[in-house]
Design a protein around this ligand. Structure first.
Ligand code: 13P
Ligand code: SF4
Length: 308
């Protein structure tokens, strides 16, 4: 049996589910029961009746699945699958930030630790951030954390004056505006689509701004168009599967790297072999201490209720 067949067999024997983010390598996406964006993945995690959740994504995503399923086993292929954005918001510093802004409603983007979620009123993802912010009464001041680029985008879209935490994603800040504009000059008939974690000058060039799932839906809804895609390059695999005849180019990164595009090194530490090993040994497991888990569950459930 090859590795993919072994994973399928083991998954059945152990009543496991494999949830994968669009940024995972293609062979992981191929064995997953569900491939999606952060919102879709938390919705799947909330409704699964599997005994084991194999989370092919990064740590905060697996942690969210564990918070939603405290009695299930949640494994991550590699514990080094972190997130620069989550790391840019240390819980102690964030606690002080919240204290310094009393009476503010705290909205955090799902890309943060369980400890930060425990200090939060309502969680959001890039799919539902506008809706969640708009659900808060207009006269209520808001803290938005940790992504300053998504925060700025929401302020611009809603006119809400939010206090922003100064965090960001290294991958989405790696796009080069100069190279992107040059690329667009070379391919003027391509439309730029971008993830809202990107910087404002990148977003200004975009015809469509949305989550990874939103970007895929936009491409599917415009079969005659060609696209320059400004998000982590792993998304191109699913986009191209959905739209085999659509021409897609990854947006160029500031530093030349092997593929001249932006790849998330954290997402890419997971491999098919590590996924098999973690399912076989049921390790490394994700655990969240009870008092944090209970507090963090409340804002996640609020988000899920508002996203139905
Ligand atoms: P979405 O999956 O919500 O689009 O977010 C992208 C991302 O950076 C996940 O880490
Ligand atoms: Fe975190 Fe950015 Fe990687 Fe997403 S792409 S997991 S936000 S570092």
């Amino acid at each position: 049996m090859n590795l993919k067949e072994k994973i399928a067999k083991l998954k059945k024997e152990k009543n496991a589910i494999i949830l994968a983010h669009y940024y995972q390598v293609p062979e992981i996406q191929d064995v997953a029961d569900y491939v999606g964006d952060s919102l879709g993945l938390s919705q799947k995690a909330a409704e699964t009746d599997a005994d084991i959740i194999v989370f092919a994504g990064v740590h905060f995503m697996a942690e969210t699945a564990k918070i939603l399923n405290p009695t299930k086993t949640v494994v991550l292929p590699d514990l080094k699958a972190g997130c620069s954005l989550a790391d840019s918001c240390p819980p102690e510093a964030f606690k002080n930030f919240v204290k310094a802004h009393p009476n503010h409603t705290v909205i955090t983007y799902v890309n943060c630790s369980a400890e930060v979620k425990a200090l939060t009123d309502i969680v959001c993802t890039s799919s539902n951030a506008l809706k969640i912010v708009e659900s808060i009464p207009k006269d209520t001041p808001i803290i938005f954390a940790p992504d300053r680029n998504l925060g700025k985008y929401i302020i611009q879209q809603t006119g809400r004056d939010m206090v922003l935490w100064d965090g960001s994603c290294i991958v989405h800040e790696a796009f080069s505006i100069d190279k992107l504009l040059k690329m667009h000059q070379k391919y003027p008939d391509y439309k730029i689509i971008a993830h809202p974690e990107s910087e404002t000058h990148i977003l200004k060039t975009a015809t469509y701004i949305g989550s990874t799932a939103g970007m895929i839906e936009y491409v599917k809804a415009h079969p005659k168009e060609k696209f320059i895609v400004a998000t982590e390059a792993g998304i191109l695999y699913k986009m191209q599967q959905e739209m085999p005849n659509t021409e897609l180019i990854p947006a160029p990164a500031k530093e030349d790297n092997t593929c001249a595009c932006s790849e998330c090194a954290f997402m890419k530490v997971n491999t098919l072999q590590k996924l098999y090993d973690c399912l076989l040994h049921e390790s490394p497991q994700i655990d969240v201490v009870k008092h944090i888990r209970k507090k963090a569950l409340v804002p996640i459930q609020r988000m899920l209720e508002l996203s139905r």
